[in-house]
Design a binder for this molecule. Sequence first.
Ligand SMILES: [Zn+2]
Length: 253
Amino acid sequence: MSAANESRNGGNTPRGMPRERPADGPESSRITHAMEDYLKAIYAMQARGGEATTQRLAEELNISGPSVTNMAKRLHELGLIEHEPYRGMRLTPAGARVALEVVRHHRLLELYLTETLGFGWDEVHAEAERLEHHISDELAARIDRALGYPTHDPHGDPIPSADGMIAAVSPALLSDVGAGERVAVTRVSDRDPDKLRFLGEMGVRPGAEIAVVERFPFDGPLRIRIGGAEHLIGPGVAAMVNVAPPEEPETSE
Ligand SMILES: [Zn+2]
C-alpha cells in the first residue's frame, strides 16, 4: 500500500518495459495501458463536448462502474484528472498530455498502416488500439517524418503534434444535413469496421462531396449523391460522418 512512497527518486526503473513519457515527474512512469485508455476515453468525451461520467466511461471501456470509480481515484492521486461529484471527470493539463500522446500514436499508426503497409481503412483501428501503448515517442516522430508530417489520419481525425496541439473537428454531422444541401466529408468515425467498409464503398471518405437529395421522414434514410451516383444511407450510419461546408462552388457533373 506504500508504493507511492517508494518511487520518489526514480532510481529503480522497472526493466524490460521502458516508458517513453515526457519527463513531467516521477509519477509518469506508473501510468499503465489501462490508465492510458481511460484518459483517452475522457479526452474523447470532452472533445465531443460531453461530460465524462462514471456510467459513460463504464459503457465506453466495457468495465464495471466500481472499476471506473477505482481507476478514477488512482488517476486523481496521480494528478491526471479532476473529479467533481455529479459533474464527471476532467483531464488536468498533465492528464491531457498523456491522452494526446496516445491519440497521436494511434492516429500516426493508422496512417502508417494504410499508407505504407496497404491496410484498408477499416482494418487499422484495432491494430492501432494495441500498438499505441507500445511505440516510443522517437518511433512516432520517425513515422511522422516518413509520412511527411501529416495533419490527419485516414479517417479524417486530426493528429496531435508532439507538443500536444490538435486541430478542431467540425461538429456537424451528415445525419443533420437538410435535403438540397451540399457538404464535404471531414471525418468518419473509425469505431465500426463494417460500417467503414460500407461507407468506403460508396465513396464517403474525407474530402468527398455529398449532396443530400432527399430525407425520408420519421428517422428514415437519407438519399445522397456522391460522385454522380445515388445511395440510401440510414441515419445511424450518417451520424458517423462529420461534414463541413464545401470549399469550392458547385461543379456541374
Ligand atoms: Zn482509430
